[in-house]
Write a protein that binds this ligand. Structure first.
Ligand SMILES: Cc1cc2nc3c(=O)[nH]c(=O)nc-3n(C[C@H](O)[C@H](O)[C@H](O)COP(=O)(O)OP(=O)(O)OC[C@H]3O[C@@H](n4cnc5c(N)ncnc54)[C@H](O)[C@@H]3O)c2cc1C
Length: 312
C-alpha cells in the first residue's frame, strides 16, 4: 500500500499534526511519501525526515503561506503523478478548505475526523466521529480504491527518530488562486500554549465568579500546572480564548487533566478526552465529565482547592 502524507507547516515550522500523520501512515504499512508544498520546501523537508518516511516530495510554489486553491491543485497533481492508495491530511482548518472538495472532484473514498485505522486484507476500515464526537461510526472502503482521510490531530503520537528518506521534486502548474493570503497576525492574547502543557488545571462555570479565578491561577502556579478553562469563561470575557479547551477551542492531550466544576458537555470532551489521566471534581454525581474521568470526586471545588493549597 502506498501512502501520501500532505505536510502542514506554518512559517517554516512543521505542524505537529504532520508527524502524527506519519504515525498513522505507519499503521497502514507500505511506503510513505511526505509532500512538502512550500516556497522553500528544503527548510521544512528536514523536519519531516523521520523514521517511517521513505520519500519526501518537494513541491515549490510561489506562496509563503497556505492557500486553498494552491493546495487543491498541487495535491491533485500529486495524486495523478503518484497514484497513492491512501492520502492522509490533517483534520485541520487548512485541509478542510480543500480536501473534501478534492475528494469529491476525483471520486476518492473519503472520511474526516478519523481517529482509528484498521488495514484489513479485505479493505480499509476507519473509525470517525460526527457531531463533535457525539456519534462514532465505522467507515469501510471495501474495494481498495483511492482513499483520502482527514486525520484528527492528537489521535496518533508524533513520529520520531532519524529518517533516511530519499528526496524527490514535482513541478506543478498552478492555474490561479481565488483566495489570497494577505497577512499573518499573531493572536495577541496567546500568553501560553495549552496544547503543549503536560498538566492542565481546567476550571469551568462551577467557579462561580470572575473574582474566584485568581485563586485557581495561583493554585495552578503552585502545582506547576497551566490554567485552562471551559467556553463559558471565555464567552464572559473572564479568560482569553487561547485558554479554552474544546471543539471551538483547543484540542489538548496533557498527561494530567484536572477538571474543576466542568460538567463535561460533548463540545468540551471533544477537546480533552484523550488526555492521559483525567481527574474530575464536581458536586453533581451525574455530571458527564465522570464518564471520561479516570478519577472523580463528588465534592465542592473550593474545598478541594483548599486541600490542594495545603499540599503545595
Ligand atoms: C457549537 C458549540 C461549540 C462549543 N464549543 C465549546 C468548547 O470548545 N469548549 C467548551 O468548554 N464548551 C463549548 N461549548 C459549550 C458547551 O456546550 C457547554 O455549554 C460548556 O462546555 C459548559 O461549560 P461548563 O462545564 O464550565 O459549565 P456548566 O455546564 O454550567 O457546568 C458547570 C459544572 O460545575 C458544577 N459545579 C457548580 N458549582 C460547583 C462547585 N462549587 N464545586 C464543584 N462543581 C461545581 C456543576 O455541577 C456543573 O456540572 C460549545 C457549544 C456549542 C453549541
Amino acid at each position: 500500500m502506498s501512502v501520501l502524507v500532505v505536510a502542514e507547516h506554518l512559517r517554516e515550522q512543521v505542524r505537529p499534526v504532520t508527524l502524527e500523520l506519519v504515525s498513522a501512515a505507519k499503521e497502514l504499512g507500505g511506503e510513505t511519501a511526505v509532500a512538502v508544498i512550500a516556497k522553500d520546501p528544503a527548510s521544512i523537508a528536514d523536519q519531516v525526515d523521520v523514521e517511517g518516511v521513505a520519500e519526501i516530495v518537494s513541491v515549490k510554489v510561489d506562496q509563503d503561506e497556505f492557500e486553498n486553491d494552491v493546495y487543491r491543485e498541487v495535491v491533485e497533481q500529486l495524486i495523478s503523478d503518484r497514484s497513492p492508495d491512501v492520502v492522509l491530511v490533517g483534520f485541520t482548518v487548512n485541509s478542510m478548505g480543500y480536501a473534501p472538495a478534492l475528494a469529491a472532484k476525483l471520486g476518492l473514498g473519503f472520511a474526516s475526523d478519523v481517529f482509528s485505522i484498521d488495514a484489513q486484507a479485505s479493505g480499509l476500515v476507519v473509525e470517525r466521529a460526527f457531531y463533535g464526537s457525539k456519534v462514532h461510526a465505522e467507515v469501510e472502503f471495501p474495494d481498495k480504491k483511492q482513499v483520502l482521510l482527514m486525520i484528527r490531530p492528537t489521535a496518533w503520537p508524533p513520529a520520531e527518530g532519524d529518517g533516511a528518506a530519499v528526496e524527490a521534486e514535482l513541478d506543478v502548474t498552478i492555474s490561479g488562486s481565488r483566495a489570497r493570503h494577505k497577512d499573518f497576525q499573531e493572536v495577541a492574547t496567546s500568553d501560553v500554549d495549552i496544547t503543549t502543557a503536560d498538566f492542565l488545571l481546567s476550571v469551568g462555570r462551577g467557579v462561580g465568579e470572575k473574582e474566584n479565578l485568581a485563586q485557581f491561577e495561583g493554585l495552578a502556579d503552585k502545582m506547576g500546572a497551566t490554567l485552562s478553562v471551559s467556553r463559558p469563561l471565555v464567552d464572559q470575557g473572564w479568560m482569553p480564548n487561547s485558554r479554552q479547551v474544546g471543539q471551538s477551542g483547543k484540542t489538548v492531550k496533557p498527561k494530567v487533566y484536572l477538571a474543576l466544576g466542568i460538567s463535561g458537555a460533548v463540545q468540551h470532551l471533544a477537546g480533552m478526552k484523550t488526555s492521559g489521566t483525567i481527574i474530575a471534581v464536581n458536586t453533581d454525581p451525574e455530571a458527564a465529565i465522570f464518564n471520561v474521568a479516570h478519577y472523580g470526586a463528588v465534592a465542592d471545588l473550593f474545598e478541594v482547592a483548599e486541600e490542594l493549597e495545603k499540599l503545595y
